[in-house]
Design a protein around this ligand. Structure first.
Ligand code: C5P
Length: 238
């Protein structure tokens, strides 16, 4: 399936039309952005590493009966996906205090939460994706009630599945962002499952291995992603 014209240019992803109106090609690119694209860089191999990591993780959550948009990987950077209408809501699941949760409530990064916490953020670049409450989402029609419930339950299943997979690789899953889309009247897990949208700390040292390395200038992002790849899938050389 060859990509057709560009439908959408994301911060680290491109989406192309295909001959089939129900399918798109999603391409993982080498771009890294942070703080709503106020900080940008090109990180060699990031697209390939993220595509491989995300492929493995989508296949594993699929085995856990989660419906998702990946139809099949096409090559090192491209996926054939269901075309979805992405909901304007980011679902964040947190197992450990970090990031905006630590800041908002004055908590210490690294404290384990009593149970996973689900938060919704409204996807809006001009507003920097603000936290949003359930009632506002329903009142504004950004999602229906059953969709919110379904996304919450699914995000918790995905998060627990990923937490276990990463733990086997000696990596602690701290928090992650999940996105969903509508396809044929159903809600499917969309977007990607990569270290761009999750916090992943080395289980032994606590070293940051995810996009915080780039956001907070903590070191070499490509080296971190290569190490995550190696732990999940073996040597990056294959
Ligand atoms: O910044 P915050 O603590 O709210 O982020 C929670 C999680 O969601 C982190 O894993 C972060 O990488 C992810 N996230 C994201 N895209 C955003 C906001 C947060 O992937 N726009």
């Amino acid at each position: 399936m060859q990509p057709g014209s560009l439908l959408y240019q994301g911060k680290s992803k491109q989406v192309f039309e295909t001959d089939d109106p129900s399918l798109v090609v999603v391409r993982f690119t080498d771009e890294a952005t942070a703080f709503n694209a106020k900080k940008q860089a090109t990180i060699e191999e990031k697209g390939r590493l993220n595509c491989a990591i995300s492929t493995m993780l989508f296949e594993r959550v699929g085995e856990a009966s989660v419906r998702h948009h990946l139809v099949q990987p096409l090559n090192d950077t491209d996926w054939l996906c269901l075309k979805v209408e992405v909901l304007p809501i980011e679902v964040v699941v947190r197992s450990v205090v970090a990031g905006s949760f630590a800041k908002r409530y004055g908590l210490s990064e690294g404290d384990v939460l009593p149970r996973p916490i689900v938060e919704f953020f409204y996807k809006s670049d001009p507003l920097d994706d603000p936290l949003v409450g359930e009632d506002a989402i329903l009142a504004m029609g950004w999602a229906e009630r059953w969709e919110l419930l379904f996304m919450t339950d699914t995000a918790l299943v995905v998060h627990e599945t990923l937490r276990r997979i990463w733990a086997e690789a000696s990596v602690q899953l701290i928090d992650a962002k999940y996105e969903f889309g509508r396809h044929d009247g159903r809600i499917v897990l969309a977007d990607e499952l990569t270290p761009d949208g999750a916090r992943l700390w080395d289980a032994t040292t606590g070293d940051r291995m995810d996009k915080d390395v780039f956001r907070r200038d903590l070191g070499d992002l490509a080296a971190s992603y290569r190490e995550l790849y190696r732990r999940l899938l073996g040597s990056p050389e294959g």
